[in-house]
Design a protein around this ligand. Structure first.
Ligand SMILES: *Cc1c(COP(=O)(O)O)cnc(C)c1O
Length: 447
């Protein structure tokens, strides 16, 4: 179904002129698929939690920071996890209420903390110094914000070091197994009756379900210990973070939310028995498989005997893949000039981007029907952390992003999510208003 919707959308994008010689790259979002993933997430946790358990699924805005996406997820009952003033502004622009918003960044300024507490947004303190700042704010004005501390259960790394948040030396949260740390956390709660949440985010791409569940279990055991020591259920909500990995190797969704929820049920049954509310913070797993970057093949050439398709999608939309291709391989699909899936024998070729450095390759030595000039190359599973994460190398423009649904009559309807960036906007963002700023700045003449 998903593949059929995608194929229809690529063809319709060409027919309707969203894609073509003058707009050679777009990002496409499968609205039906996003709604389905949101529904599966809700159903998975409904299945394993005691009836009436409050569960907030807060989408990690950093995965796809686009206002219409946040609004769509809001309609599907999903809140927002934000980690910067910009992300908070996006969530508010999408209409997310404070009670469905969670602030988690590791470097919150006093002004950000004051704003969050004034709005009543949930905040997870990353470290003792941040908790000091929250103490001062709580003394000056009471807040309805649910407040917690982020801990790092230090359960170990996954397959991608840069994305492993629960290593011994991770920069996030209070490292629980460090000397004195656990005792400090327990005391922090004992001394602050308003600390009612506990947070950990241990998973990410490359982290197996069992290790994610181990991080959650460690967090749960700490909450139990704190509540026992205080003698009442002061911690009433556990925020288990996000991090469900995504299968970038095929169109199959695996692991599923249902599998993860069942793993939690087996590993940490007490977490789901109704004594604790839950917050989740999934990002990549909600959006990745519903996004596609489609780029026109400007030129098809050959070098050293290998065919090279020079397309308009490269490092600016697939930064991780281009710089760390071993950890972030993408599947590429070939479409012809009309936007139909390309047939024909597979040929080993490079799919290159438009940027001026040799490593700007979406895929290297990749087998697919030979791409010709005017065809399209589609980078699949790019709905999270790809085209919404523009990297302004070579001042390449941010592509337009469009959401699509089948129109009921065999065609596809599109809605604009984000317009393509214009060259005028690029100039404005690049200091265009300050063109003589440097030439008029002079050190005093030396005598
Ligand atoms: C990035 C992040 C998430 C989302 O991670 P995914 O791997 O996209 O699910 C959730 N919580 C926190 C604190 C994060 O930093």
């Amino acid at each position: 179904m998903r593949v059929a919707r995608r194929d229809a959308a690529v063809r319709a994008a060409v027919e309707q002129g969203l894609l073509g010689a003058d707009s050679p790259i777009v990002g496409l979002l499968d609205v039906t698929g996003i709604r389905e993933s949101a529904a599966r997430l809700r159903a998975a946790f409904d299945e394993v939690t005691a009836p009436g358990t409050p569960v907030l699924h807060a989408f990690a805005v950093k995965a796809t920071p686009l206002v219409p996406v946040l609004r769509l997820l809001r309609e599907e009952g999903i809140g927002a996890e934000v980690a910067s003033p910009g992300e908070l502004a996006l969530a508010r622009a999408a209409g997310l209420p404070p009670e469905r918003t969670v602030l988690d960044s590791p470097a919150k300024t006093p002004a950000e903390l004051r704003e969050a507490l004034a709005l009543g947004i949930a905040v997870n303190a990353d470290n003792p110094q941040e908790l000091d700042r929250i103490d001062a704010l709580m003394r000056s004005a009471p807040s309805r914000s649910p407040l917690g501390i982020r801990v790092n259960p230090q359960v170990g790394a996954g397959a991608i070091e840069a994305l492993s948040t629960a290593t011994a030396t991770s920069k996030f949260g209070v490292a629980l197994r460090d000397e004195g740390a656990r005792e400090w956390v327990v005391r922090a709660y004992t001394e602050r009756p308003w600390l009612s949440r506990l947070h950990a985010h241990t998973g990410s791409q490359g982290v197996p379900l069992s290790l994610m569940a181990e991080g959650v279990a460690e967090t749960y055991r700490l909450a139990e210990e704190i509540n026992r020591r205080i003698g009442r259920p002061q911690i009433d909500t556990i925020d288990i973070g996000g991090g469900l990995p995504v299968n970038f190797a095929s169109d199959v969704t695996t692991p599923t939310y249902a599998e993860y929820a069942r793993t939690l049920k087996e590993t940490v049954p007490g977490l789901l028995d109704g004594r604790y509310g839950l917050v989740t913070e999934f990002g990549r797993s909600l959006l990745a498989k519903h996004g596609t970057v489609v780029a026109r093949v400007e030129y098809a050439k050959s070098a050293g005997g290998r065919p090279v398709a020079v397309t308009h999608a490269g490092v600016q939309v697939a930064t991780r893949t281009v710089y760390v291709p071993g950890a972030w391989p993408l599947r590429i699909a070939a479409y012809d000039a009309e936007g139909s899936p390309k047939e024909g024998p597979e040929v080993v070729q490079d799919v290159a981007g438009p940027a001026c450095f040799a490593g700007d390759l979406l895929a290297q030595a990749y087998s697919l029907p030979l791409l010709a000039q005017g065809d399209y190359a589609a980078a699949l599973d790019t709905g999270a952390y790809y085209f919404a994460h523009h990297y302004a190398y070579n001042s390449l423009a941010r592509p337009g992003v469009y959401g699509f649904v089948p129109d009921g009559g065999g065609g596809t309807a599109f809605a604009t999510v984000r317009e393509a960036q214009t060259v005028e906007e690029i100039v404005a963002e690049s200091g265009g208003a300050h063109a003589d700023g440097l030439t008029t700045l002079r050190a005093p003449e030396r005598r």
